[in-house]
Design a protein around this ligand. Structure first.
Ligand SMILES: *Cc1c(COP(=O)(O)O)cnc(C)c1O
Length: 400
């Protein structure tokens, strides 16, 4: 099957069939996993086709791809779940997981600081199919209790929120939810499984946007769902019809990015703590949000839950931060760039009121602390003194 096809064929047949494969027996142990850029796998005959199905082998790329399967395995191990599913984006992971769990008439309880597009998913799609939702401050158990209904099926939250880095007590929420037969879904994008494993703290399902810290190199959009084998099987059946399985190339890149997760996160966490402390001392900075700071409202729970790690995301507000001041600040940055995404090895900044939260009404934004001048920083792995100097000099120039 893998040989060239000698014979008296026409030019076009030879053109298509020679040199298509190297015998897999001769390439059995490459140190790095090959990238499977194939839409389909051939079967010798109908008996083999049956075997492929029975052994859950590879047949068609929408259903299974070797690189995706390898990535599923790493994520499962890292998140300490039973199984995982990798998707074409973090949003695809969220929508596939929610569509799998929910039915018409169900209710979701969620947090006011949620990642913006998840609200859009609730509003644009889930409501249309009869799923309702209530937004609360998820760090306030009284609010959670008061707003739970008999039809509440999911409590949906994040391990640290964007951009105020709010941290909720997952164990407490899971204990409350499970008494009432409610499932807990946690988006772990900000903390990553290196710092936090929501399933170990009682969550039922964990979602990651692998686009961010997990891949860490700003070259792949991808997501993952991890949970019980039973739940992931159901998600997989839905992935086949929704068509959001991650492609081989992206899965390969993501697998490669993940190998250095510990090294990158250790460095970025340490940089974030030091940068947060330096910014706090800056005369132009009015507020710094990072869970490592004792003043942070969720410092205690973050300390306990994340075992002394606080993440690489921080935000800070500046005095009299007009658009002009913000622009002067952005122009004065030399190696830190503006980016609407986060989680890369290089430090980036964004202004949530002008990007991720621009469609959230101003009053709602400000109720969460997201002023027009709040600057979000995704802290990378640069030399820490260079980073502190970079922000210090840019703030000085913004006010001169
Ligand atoms: C980016 C992000 C998402 C969405 O992920 P995509 O890969 O962009 O689809 C979901 N949740 C959080 C917390 C994110 O930061």
């Amino acid at each position: 099957m893998f040989d060239n096809v000698p014979g008296d064929y026409g030019f076009e047949t030879d053109l298509l069939h020679w040199g298509a494969y190297i015998d897999p027996e001769k390439t059995r142990h490459p140190e790095s996993m090959p990238i499977y850029l194939t839409t389909v796998f051939n079967a010798e005959d109908l008996d083999e086709l049956v075997k492929i199905r029975e052994t859950k082998s590879f047949n068609y790329n929408r259903t299974r791809n070797p690189n995706r399967s390898a990535l599923n395995d790493i994520i499962t191990k890292l998140e300490n779940g039973q199984a995982s599913l990798c998707t074409t984006s973090g949003m695809a992971a969220i929508s596939t997981a929610l569509l799998t769990e929910l039915k018409s008439g169900d209710h979701i309880l969620t947090d006011k600081t949620l990642y913006g597009e998840v609200f859009d998913l609730f509003n644009q799609i889930l409501e249309k199919f009869g799923v309702s939702f209530t937004i609360v401050d998820i760090t306030d158990m009284d609010e959670v209790r008061k707003n739970t209904r008999s039809n509440t099926r999911i409590i949906y939250t994040e391990s640290a929120s964007n951009p105020m880095t709010t941290v909720c007590d997952v164990e407490q929420i899971a204990a409350f939810a499970h008494e009432r037969g409610i499932k807990v879904f946690v988006d772990n994008t900000f903390m990553t499984p290196y710092a936090f494993r929501p399933l170990d703290h009682g969550a039922d399902v964990v979602i990651n946007s692998l686009t961010k810290f997990c891949n860490g190199h700003c070259d792949v959009i991808a997501g993952s769902i991890t949970g019980s084998a039973d739940f992931i099987d159901k998600c997989l059946a839905n992935q086949w019809v929704l068509g959001d399985g991650l492609d081989g190339m992206s899965a390969y890149l993501c697998q490669r990015g993940l190998r250095t997760l510990s090294l990158r996160m250790e460095r970025a966490f340490s940089n974030a703590e030091k940068l947060a402390t330096a910014l706090q001392k800056n005369p132009h900075v009015s507020l710094v949000c990072h869970p490592s700071l004792p003043e942070h409202p969720n410092h205690e729970i973050a300390f306990r839950q994340f075992k002394g790690r606080y993440g690489a995301m921080l935000s800070f507000d500046i005095e009299n931060g007009t658009v002009e001041t913000l622009n002067k600040f952005l122009h004065a940055l030399k190696f830190v760039h503006y980016a609407a995404s986060l989680g890369g090895i290089r430090t980036t900044v964004s202004v949530p009121a002008h990007s991720s939260h621009r469609r959230v009404p101003k009053e709602m934004r400000e109720a969460c602390g997201i002023t027009d001048s709040l600057i979000r920083v995704s802290v990378g792995c640069e030399d820490i003194q260079d980073l502190v100097n970079e922000f210090t000099q840019a703030l000085e120039q913004a006010y001169c």
